[in-house]
Ligand binder design. Structure first.
Ligand SMILES: C[S@@+](CC[C@H](N)C(=O)[O-])C[C@H]1O[C@@H](n2cnc3c(N)ncnc32)[C@H](O)[C@@H]1O
Length: 408
């Protein structure tokens, strides 16, 4: 990962390809993710050492020109930052063991048996994903990112309130699905407005971290989302800024006192969106027509083929059900180059990628049985480090559509 991509979204969304969906392969994947969280500090230290050694290898002449601090990047703050991030990562893992969620990692492996320094066999791309979790924790659960959340969450919540208003009669009865929920802040916000919400996420990193934040983060924790960054940095201290997460007690958002016997009103479904909710899923018939609304935020471009999402959402929604979407079209599986005979074999999702324009998607929606209710544009950032010299703003497309036809 390019460190300058701190506000980029590509690294957050591409989960390792688990082609083998056997229980063993799944358990191994969960264990690999746990090892990544456990080794966060060791891996970050290694990266620091590597960068430091490059500075030290400069000639005396060159070194004389440099400020002293550059030769000793292990400032007190940077060390503290990595330590705090390490506590956060470790807390995520401990919470996972306590909650017995997911594959049976809690019974088959002991936490003590996992070294916090053994990164053998773990791909760097996977080790880097702990940073993506820290960036998402900043985006979704810090006070500092409130403005960024308002940019995308406010228009979505306004559309929901307009087209699917909560009344005293329907409170906590309307089902809303939030696929690609990340650390579940938007899902929690929707729940707090009186909807019955199911978040959906397939990244084991995100699932473990959201489990921790939603269920066990009893006090605020300090994290340093940008510690170790060396690209597009204005001042070294900028990379050592910390934030507290969560900015609000998640329990107060998602476990409303007035839900009565309608509790639980919030759940998280782990797995691939299309495989869980789509017509071909083993649970497909259960989901058919069961949902009043689907909300997608920075999600539809994670599909190799966005039409799969369109068909899945059409299948899930009841007649008259609403889909609110907001996000860019970054198309995470798009290749910028044509494959050649010398190309290395890669994730097959790249080979299936189709990239439609926003206008084309609107046409697909109408052909698939939706009517367009509203469309607008919104300037949004994504896990933006305000001090960074690179500032990416997405011109996000919002659409609200309503399902008009019965499934064929
Ligand atoms: C760009 S992030 C957006 C997260 C969140 N909605 C937000 O706005 O902050 C996209 C999320 O979708 C998840 N995701 C990608 N493909 C998915 C799939 N097929 N099924 C479920 N989740 C998926 C990724 O793991 C990631 O957390």
């Amino acid at each position: 990962m390019n460190e300058g991509d701190t506000e980029g979204i590509e690294n957050e969304v591409i989960e390792e390809n688990i082609n083998d969906s056997s229980e063993d392969a799944e358990t191994l994947h969960w264990i690999a993710v746990i090892r990544c969280f456990m080794c966060y500090k060791y891996y970050s230290n290694q990266l620091f050492d590597y960068k430091k050694s490059r500075m030290e290898s400069l000639s005396v002449d060159y070194k004389k020109l440099l400020p002293k601090s550059v030769l000793n990047p292990f400032s007190h703050h940077a060390i503290l930052g990595m330590e705090c991030n390490h506590y956060f990562c470790e807390a995520i893992v401990r919470c996972q063991y306590l909650s017995l969620l997911g594959p049976p990692v809690s019974t088959s492996v002991s936490l003590e048996g996992i070294s916090d320094r053994d990164i053998t066999g773990i791909p760097v791309s996977m080790l880097e994903r702990c940073k993506a979790v820290l960036h998402s924790a900043y985006r979704e659960w810090s006070k500092e990112a409130e403005e960024e959340r308002n940019q995308c969450h406010t228009p979505i919540l306004q559309q929901l309130a307009k087209w699917l208003p909560i009344t005293s009669k329907n409170k906590y009865k309307l089902r809303v699905s939030v696929p690609g929920s990340g650390l579940a802040r938007l899902a929690a916000e929707i729940c707090s407005r009186g909807y019955r919400v199911q978040a959906n996420e397939y990244s084991v990193f995100m699932l473990m971290a959201s489990n921790y934040i939603l269920n066990n983060c009893h006090r605020q924790q300090e994290i340093y989302p940008w510690v170790g960054s060396t690209v597009n940095v204005k001042r070294v201290e900028d990379a050592n800024q910390s934030v507290l997460v969560p900015d609000i007690n998640p329990g107060e958002l998602i476990y409303p006192h007035d839900a009565g016997d309608l509790n639980p009103v919030f759940s998280v479904a782990a797995g691939d969106f299309v495989q869980l909710y789509g017509p071909a899923s083993p649970c497909g018939s259960w989901h058919k027509g069961k949902w009043s609304a689907v909300v997608t935020c920075f999600f539809i471009d994670t599909a190799p083929n966005v039409i799969d999402y369109v068909k899945t959402i059409h299948h899930m929604l009841e007649d008259g059900g609403i889909w609110v979407n907001l996000g860019p079209l970054q198309y995470h599986w798009a290749s910028e180059v044509a494959p050649t005979s010398a190309s290395e074999s890669s994730d097959s999702r790249y080979e299936r990628s189709i990239e439609l324009s926003f206008e084309d998607i609107l046409e697909v929606l109408q052909n698939a049985g939706f009517e367009l209710l509203e469309q607008s544009w919104h300037q949004c950032s994504y896990a933006l480090d305000r001090n960074c010299m690179r500032q990416t703003i997405y011109n996000c497309g919002l659409f609200t559509v309503r399902k008009i036809k019965h499934d064929p």
